[in-house]
Design a binder for this molecule. Structure first.
Ligand SMILES: Cc1ncc(COP(=O)(O)O)c(C=O)c1O
Length: 466
């Protein structure tokens, strides 16, 4: 990683000015802790402002799928900027937005051929939910508004997207839409009742979905929203057959199925989209963002089925206008970045590659199971989670204030690895370009980071690690 373009101010100066920045998920007991300043990045690695190189195991924020610094994407951005930096999506089609929609309609499952562009994942989820309400209003079913989500889901940070998110800690200090949103159990096999088989657990989850629809009334339930794998909830992979069975229950009661593929799309599970190829479902709507540009530009998209569009077109109310959109919907530069990003995924065979190295990552991480603090290692494709507990058999989490994930992350960072700490969990979702030696490097540092954390905890008298 060359540094012929050093940062223009010192690390201390950046950190001083950064005190003015309110970061996402910040607590306000200022001055806040110093963070690592990232100055440069290339491939799998980022470089901090002091010149230390670290493997970027979360791929930024689940997004840098093709890795950092790809020349083709940078060039496409620059070329589009010089050609047309912006025009109103209200009035003018552009070549990149049109070409990207055409391409997405070929990559998406089933008849999900219509694309509504947004600025990211939250706005995609928000727009999908607004579309569902609009759809039912236009169809003369204004009472069909209730949305089913799950505990541990994360769907974003706008009011509506946050309202369908079910991570307990995120809900403490905010207000949410509550009248029309309902939560089902998290489909987390690790946390199922002791003694319950995975089949019985699946049956329980499906019965809960159907009972909830019947309890609210099918004529009042509009949609079920689900991440194929609950990402920020801790990489929760539902029991086999869960999604297909949920879809068939939804179909039975005319409930739309929204698959939130903001994380799982664009190669993370070795396919353009995971819904059909991995989980056997063709949803009515897919929300996507992140890997669509590999983070080179902010962009999100809602993919909507031809059927839904047909049902609100034609003879439906002609005065109905989908009054939802953003100044930067289908931003030409973001769409140009997305097109170049899709080219890289294709030309480098990254889907095949992810399918090849994903199982290796999962197997290598499973070797951490011998550590007494590790309660569960889970994942699929190139997304994984190591969950720490107080003692092996108990499934009890380490108290939140011990911030085990953060402690492990700090040790890992000092050894050249960034992980994503989530309370008592360590999440990994490396760029798709990762190869076996770098997976070994990642797992080796993670093991040492966990061991060091266990030693710290032991010396503080926390936990029971033998
Ligand atoms: C599944 C899922 N949906 C939606 C979002 C929100 O996306 P964004 O942060 O781009 O608004 C996220 C973000 O992590 C996500 O993981």
């Amino acid at each position: 990683m060359e540094r012929d373009d050093p940062l223009s101010v010192s690390t201390d100066e950046i950190l001083r000015m950064d005190q003015q920045v309110v970061h996402p998920w910040e607590s306000f007991d200022l001055p806040h802790e110093n963070r690592m300043v990232v100055g440069h990045a290339s491939g799998l690695y980022v470089q901090d402002s002091e010149g230390n190189r670290l493997l970027d195991a979360p791929a930024g924020m689940w997004c840098v799928n093709v890795g950092h610094g790809r020349r083709e994407i940078i060039d496409a951005i620059v070329q589009q900027l010089s050609r047309l930096s912006y025009t109103s999506p209200w009035s003018h089609p552009t070549e990149p937005a049109a070409r990207l929609a055409d391409r997405l309609s070929h990559l998406s499952p089933g008849d999900l051929n219509h694309v509504f562009y947004t600025t990211g994942g939250s706005t995609a989820v928000d727009s999908a939910l607004r579309f569902v309400a609009f759809y039912n209003n236009v169809r003369g079913r204004p009472e069909k508004k209730h949305i089913l989500s799950r505990h541990d889901a994360y769907h974003g940070s706008t009011y509506l997207a946050a309202s369908v998110s079910g991570k307990p800690r995120d809900r403490s200090w905010f207000d949410f839409e509550t009248r029309t949103i309902h939560y089902l159990a998290s489909p987390n096999p690790y946390r199922r009742e002791v003694g319950l088989s995975e089949e019985a657990f699946l049956a329980q989850l499906l019965a809960e979905l159907e009972d909830k629809i019947l309890e609210i009334g099918a004529d009042r339930v509009a949609a079920f929203i689900a991440e194929p794998v609950l990402a920020s909830g801790g990489v929760i992979v539902p029991p086999d057959g869960y999604h297909a069975a949920c879809l068939s229950i939804c179909r039975r009661y005319d409930v739309l199925y929204i698959s939130d593929e903001v994380v799982t799309g664009f190669g993370r599970l070795g396919h353009w989209f995971a819904s059909e190829d991995v989980f056997g479902v063709v949803p009515d709507i897919i929300t996507t963002a992140k890997g669509i540009t590999s983070g080179y530009q902010p962009l999100g998209a809602v993919l909507i089925s031809d059927r839904l569009i047909r049902e609100i077109g034609g003879d439906a109310d002609r005065a109905a206008v989908f009054a939802n959109g953003f100044t930067y919907s289908g931003h030409p530069v973001a769409c140009a970045a997305a097109l170049a990003n899709l080219d890289v995924i294709e030309s480098d065979n990254l889907l095949e590659h992810a399918r090849e190295v994903g199982p290796y990552l999962q197997d290598q991480l499973k070797t951490l199971n011998d550590l007494p603090i590790v309660g569960d290692v889970r994942g699929v494709g190139l997304m994984a989670c190591v969950e720490c507990v107080v003692s092996k058999g108990s499934r009890q989490t380490l108290q939140i204030d011990h911030a085990v994930g953060k402690r492990i992350d700090a040790h890992c960072q000092s050894m050249g690895l960034i992980i994503r700490p989530l309370i008592n969990m360590c999440v990994l979702s490396p760029p798709l370009i990762i190869k076996r030696p770098e997976i070994d490097e990642m797992v080796d540092i993670l093991r040492r980071g966990i061991e060091k954390t266990m030693n710290d905890l032991r010396s503080e008298g926390i936990g029971d690690f033998g």
